[in-house]
Design a protein around this ligand. Structure first.
Ligand code: 6PG
Length: 494
């Protein structure tokens, strides 16, 4: 017989994210059982629960005791490292689970692993969700953005909890049932790809302001703070402003200048770029941000290259010293950042749509933009406008051609070109902004030089081409005709 003391839900995996999400759920009034293989984490969580307001958290040291402490049908959130640890945790819990119970993996998992586990779970009569969780430590504790996908019934069983635990914005909680299969993990993966793009674009804006504009850290902090009051308002711009204010306690100046310029990563950005390639979706801004991380990792090589090129006559520092109007530069960079971001989000959204079509997930892009408005790392004011763009037109081919965004792109393009042009001229690498601008310029041009590439392909490989004036596919004996033409026209060319 089930007793009233059973928990409403369980959570296994009590590292930073797990611990904070458990406390968040408990704080919303849902008694929760927690478990971790290293039992000290269990005790730590229970003691935090008591310190943070006698929250209803019950700790368990054995998987059996943990599972049996949860009300049926049980729902258990896993927040362990993606990959093998998820399988190991499931194996530890499985003997005690009953048909109808649900497993909810909240890690940054590869979506196909979730789909494999869903099939295995189903063979035991279990339900399974892969749930993207974004927002870091603070988000997990006070309201993350949640992206659950998989068995709908598993979602229904915990909907009331997720709705309360998620971040709340003007148009509701930042959670929605994303779709079947691995849709939740896939959406979170693309969120992270967009996160990479945003971070890279912000870093480029910083570099242009610092290197070309000569702004100090405190001036840069003020600029980002100002930007955070306008169209660029977002979590990443807000924390960037904070970062430039933090002093270095060891040697003076600001800490940001003492941080080694090598970016780490855990893999979701790489998966995003791989998936974009698989699905033939151009995602150059996100790819540029990934490449920038790879190149940043080659610190020793870059230091050596700078020396070799200096010996070969390369100027160090900026390549030209033209005078800069700081105020104008700041305003131009703001516009370049905004326009570049729109292109990056357009790429992420198009990748989501392509996958949705391939898998039949029926993803609602407007709703995804909505649940990213709060809680997550890419939360930003302009996500509301992206949401509205997809509400206006669910089949929108590209964010750039939504009438509102189109107008904004056109308004900002002159400033955007000035920033990219300046960066190219003085030798500051801005791969994200350049990739976004090239994406825009490619997409907006009704005719591209792809005709020549087709001609080349047909020339050396008889790959055929289409014509602009007649349907069908054509092949031309290019070399033969060219030889004949050249010999016939010899008089003209000589
Ligand atoms: C989030 C983040 C998070 C991610 C980190 C680190 O939404 O809370 O996306 O899930 O793991 O941002 O990612 P990298 O180490 O790959 O930069």
């Amino acid at each position: 017989m089930e007793s009233a003391v059973l928990s409403r839900i369980g959570l296994a995996g009590l590292a930073v994210m797990g611990q904070n999400l458990a406390l968040n759920i408990a704080e919303k009034g849902f008694p929760i059982s927690v478990y971790n293989r290293t039992t000290s984490k269990v005790d730590e969580t229970v003691s935090r629960a008591s310190d943070e307001g006698s929250l209803p958290v019950s700790g368990h040291h054995s998987p059996r005791e943990f599972v049996l402490s949860i009300r049926r049908p049980r729902s258990i959130i896993l927040l362990v490292k993606a990959g093998n640890p998820v399988d190991q945790t499931i194996s530890a819990l499985l003997p005690f689970l009953d048909p109808g119970d649900s497993i909810i993996d909240g890690g940054n998992e590869w979506y196909e692993l979730t789909e494999r586990r869903q099939r295995e779970a189903a063979s035991h009569g279990l339900l399974y969700l892969g749930m993207g969780v974004s927002g870091g430590e603070d988000g997990a504790r006070h309201g993350p953005s949640l992206m659950p996908g998989g068995h709908l019934q598993a979602y229904k069983n915990v909907e009331e909890i997720l709705v309360r635990a998620a971040a709340q914005v003007d148009d509701g909680p930042c959670v929605t049932f994303v779709g079947e299969g691995g849709a939740g993990n896939f959406v979170k993966m693309v969120h992270n790809g967009i996160e990479y793009g945003d971070m890279q674009l912000i870093a480029e804006a910083y570099d242009v302001l610092r290197s070309a504009g000569g702004l100090s850290n405190s001036e840069i902090a003020a600029v980002f703070e100002e930007w955070n009051r306008g169209e660029l308002e977002s979590f990443l711009v807000e924390i960037t402003a904070d970062i430039f204010c933090v002093p270095d306690e060891h040697s003076g100046g600001e800490l940001v200048d003492k941080i080694l310029d090598k970016t780490g990563m855990k893999g979701t950005g790489k998966w995003t770029v791989q998936q974009a390639a698989e699905l033939s979706i151009a995602a150059p801004t996100i790819a540029a941000s990934l490449d920038s991380r790879y190149l940043s990792g080659l610190k020793d090589e870059r230091v050596a290259a700078a020396e070799v090129l200096k010996q070969a006559g390369m100027e160090s520092g900026l390549l030209s010293g033209r005078s800069i109007d700081k105020k104008k530069l700041i305003d131009d960079v703001r516009q370049a950042l905004y326009a570049s971001k729109i292109c990056s989000y357009a790429q992420g959204m198009n990748l989501l749509r392509a996958k949705s079509e391939e898998k039949g997930w029926n993803l609602n892009l407007g709703e995804l933009a909505r649940i990213w408005k709060g809680g997550c790392i890419i939360r930003a004011r302009f996500l509301d406008r992206i949401k509205k763009a997809y509400e206006r037109n669910r089949g929108l081919a590209n964010l750039i051609v939504d009438p509102e965004f189109a107008r904004e792109m056109v308004q900002r393009q002159a400033a955007w070109r000035r920033v990219v042009g300046l960066a190219v001229e003085v030798g500051i690498s801005t791969p994200g902004m350049c990739a976004s601008l090239a994406y825009f310029d490619t997409y907006r041009r009704a005719r591209l030089p792809a005709n020549l590439v087709q001609a080349q392909r047909d020339y050396f490989g008889a790959h055929t081409y289409e014509r602009v004036d007649h349907p069908g596919s054509f092949h031309t004996e290019w070399s033969k005709i060219a030889r004949k033409t050249k010999s016939g026209a010899a008089g003209v060319f000589n």
